[in-house]
Design a protein around this ligand. Structure first.
Ligand code: SF4
Length: 260
C-alpha cells in the first residue's frame, strides 16, 4: 500500500468532481481494496484537501527530498483482520508523506514496536511503503483519512469521513472480533459508526479510558469487543502516560479475545 494507479506527489491532479462525493459511494465498495482506492481519491473536505496538499508542497526541511503522498490515506493491513486498530488521522509529515498509516513518524515507531513485540507485525519499524512491513491479523485505520491542521479535524470533517469507517467495519465483519481504539476521538467516532451500523451500543455511550473494554452484540449475532488505549502520540509516549508495556498489554488482550 498504497497500490493505486495514481502517483504519490501528484497530489493535486485528482478528479475533484468524482472525489468530492467519494464518502457517499463508500457503501457500494465491494471490497477493502476498492474502498482503499475510493478513499485515496477523496477530496470531500476542502479545508483538509488544501492543508494536506500545502504540506506536501512546502514539506518539512528534513524531508525536502521526499515526494509526499499528499492525499487521503487508506487503512493498512489484511482484509481478513480479526483486530482493527483505530487511530485519529494521518500525521502531516508521517502518513501524509509516506501514504501508509502510522508510517514515517515517531507515533508509528512506538505502535509498530509494540505490534512486532506481540507478533502482529513483521518488523518493529515503518519508514516507507516499500519497507517490507507486513501485518498479521490486524488492520490499522482512522476515522479521518486526511491530515488535519494541528491534528484536529472538525466535527463536520469527522462526519463527512464517517461512511468510510462504517464500510470498512462491514467489509471486515466476517473476521473482525476486536477494535483497539487509540484515544478519545477515535473512540467517539467508532461508537457512532457502530451505532449507525446497527450494533447495540449502550446509552449513555461508554466513555473512553485506557484499559476500558466494552463488549457489543449485533442483532445478526456478531460480537465485537472494543478496547480503549491511550493514543501513541508523543504527548503520551514522551511523558510516560503510555508505555510500551501498557500498549503491549492491550494488544495481548486483543489477541486473546480475537483468538489469534
Ligand atoms: S477526511 Fe475523509 S472525507 Fe474528508 S477529504 Fe479526507 S478522505 Fe475525504
Amino acid at each position: 500500500m498504497p497500490t493505486f494507479a495514481d502517483t504519490p506527489g501528484d497530489a493535486t491532479s485528482g478528479d475533484a468532481t468524482s472525489g468530492d462525493d467519494a464518502p457517499l459511494r463508500a457503501d457500494a465498495a465491494p471490497s477493502i481494496a476498492d474502498l482503499d482506492t475510493l478513499i485515496a481519491g477523496c477530496r470531500a473536505c476542502p479545508r483538509l484537501v488544501a492543508w494536506r496538499e500545502e504540506v506536501a508542497r512546502t514539506k518539512r526541511a528534513s524531508f525536502r527530498r521526499d515526494v509526499y503522498w499528499g492525499r487521503a490515506v487508506p487503512g493498512f493491513g489484511p482484509a481478513d483482520a480479526r483486530i482493527l486498530v483505530v487511530g485519529l488521522a494521518p500525521a502531516a509529515h508521517g502518513a501524509n508523506r509516506t501514504g501508509r498509516m502510522f508510517t514515517g513518524d515517531r507515533s508509528g515507531d512506538f505502535l509498530f514496536e509494540a505490534l512486532h513485540a506481540v507478533g502482529l507485525a513483521s518488523q518493529p519499524h515503518a519508514v516507507a511503503v516499500d519497507d517490507g512491513l507486513a501485518l498479521t491479523g490486524v488492520r490499522i485505520t482512522s476515522p479521518v483519512h486526511c491530515a488535519p491542521p494541528a491534528n484536529k479535524p472538525t466535527p463536520v470533517e469527522r462526519r463527512t469521513c464517517a461512511p468510510f469507517l462504517s464500510r470498512e467495519m462491514e467489509l471486515l465483519a466476517p473476521t473482525l472480533r476486536v477494535a483497539v481504539v487509540l484515544g478519545g476521538f477515535g473512540w467517539q467516532a467508532l461508537m457512532a459508526s457502530l451505532h449507525d451500523t446497527g450494533w447495540e451500543v449502550p446509552r449513555p455511550r461508554p466513555r473512553f479510558g485506557h484499559g476500558v473494554r466494552v463488549d457489543l452484540t449485533h442483532p445478526d449475532g456478531r460480537t465485537l469487543s472494543v478496547l480503549g488505549c491511550f493514543h501513541v502520540s508523543q504527548q503520551n509516549t514522551f511523558t510516560g502516560r503510555l508505555t510500551q508495556d501498557m500498549l503491549r498489554g492491550v494488544m495481548r488482550d486483543a489477541i486473546t479475545i480475537a483468538d489469534l
